[in-house]
Design a protein around this ligand. Sequence first.
Ligand SMILES: [Fe+2]
Length: 276
Amino acid sequence: MRATITVLAVCLLMAQAPPSPSADDLLARGRASYQAGRYAEAINDLRAAADAILTPAQMQSYVNNGKFESLPAFETAVIYLALSYAKLGRDAEAHEQIQRLMTAETIAPTYATLVLGPDLGDFEGLRNRLAMTSVAPPPPAATAGVRATQTTLTPEQQRGDPDRYRSHRLHVEPDGSFSIIALVWRPGQVTRIHDHLTWCVFGVVQGVEHEELFDEHLNPRGESSNHEGDVSGFAPPGDIHRVRNVGATTAISIHIYGTDVGRVGSSVRRYYDESA
Ligand SMILES: [Fe+2]
């Protein structure tokens, strides 16, 4: 009798907790919903698919060995996300997804290999309408004008700005695959809450930087202090954070972002409303 009850209990638990769909299933379901005209459903599934594909483990693998096997699936998800948002008139969010695609292309040119069928034409039309004239990274000459020429900070830059923390672009790799940025903070200076388009590895070369992590509802979920000599990193999603100089002296850190910040404008994906 006891064994029967145990079996029943296990069956009940299994019935209550169906296995969550895989990233591939979410992607397939999202594409099907888009093609059936169910754009809100498509957005839900495709966002979940993109998040499931872009795992910290995947990004760590990319940082370690340069391989990003699921890049075609990720790009497919953001393309259908862009299309779905556009169908609902949400052009700003469609544009954001196209920027994610452009960032993904800096990891490895993949877009040209995707099999999108008739939807490819729709996406090309959307991209043109939103004035995204090229998915492929521009040739080096096109961005040469925005590349930083300095490789170190001047003494004045190292002293910081009394009004706000400052960012100095030190290097953009010619193929656009990464950028090196120096951040300089006077005591107490702080960023807004934000997250990023791409992975980041950073090291503190002077002072103390304190990082607070948040969940998507801006609830605190952790904090850490990074001191001179500390090296750390992160990869989206799950990188919503705020950084401040909690030391008594000017802090300086070097950040390497996996994109061409001269082309995409900033490594920041989104700033969050801290008053909400
Ligand atoms: Fe950041």
